[in-house]
Write a new protein. Sequence first.
Length: 287
Amino acid sequence: SSQLIAYRLRTPLFSDYAEKQRFLYLPADSRLEVDREGRIEFPVGTALIKSFGYPAAKGKLKIIETRLLLHRTDGWVALPYVWRADGSDADLKVGGARLPATIRHADGRQEAISYAVPNKNQCKQCHSSRNEIEPIGPIWQNMIFSSEADRTQLRARASFPRNGLFGESIWDDPKSGTVEQRALAYLRVNCGHCHRPTGSASNSGLFYDDIIGGEAAMGIGKRPVAAGRGAGNFDFVIEPGHPERSILLYRMKSTDPGIAMPEVGRATVHVEGVALLEQWIKEMKSR
């Protein structure tokens, strides 16, 4: 029968430290197709539901936004909803919105930000492949289901041509993989939806969804395609042994709209993510 299935991601997309609740709705008697990289082909009628929120009083989570991806006969449709202050209902905001939010960091520091709800074009920018909207988060190996019964039931409804290549490294869990494995998992989730051959950043020559072309495709020892303000007067996207001279880190540590990467979805710096990639680059042997 049809049901709402809760899941979380081993390595999630960073969104200004927002906590997320994720649900998958599948039509009755439908099947999933999973390709060799773990990407899922969802049947028409599927709904992907993701809510964003921040901790509130008494340990509760205050949901401020819910995004829907609906698979219709003519393709996927992205719909962002903003919740009213009293939590009674949510309103469709195709033009996006700006909402005040307060981040409470692990060290106790608080940071006030202007949280961005994406507009329709920004949804398409990240979710676009060959000019069509598609899901980017649910990759089979990266998904953890709240119920083993859900996972077992989904396995029975899914077709797997080959084992996936994503791996099960968790970016912030040192026990789950090497520094490099965790760094690549982080890059794939946070950058790979645009930096892939069919994505909006394909002209950069950087591919983090599927590593095509080895080190150059990851930016190691690679000069930028365009050496504008975003390059910060540095020579290489990644300079082995030198995170402080690597364009990748320079852009990740910036909140300037003309420099910051990713371009959409954050108003602050992911301190812990930056630290992982700094360690990865620092440990690289100079070429």
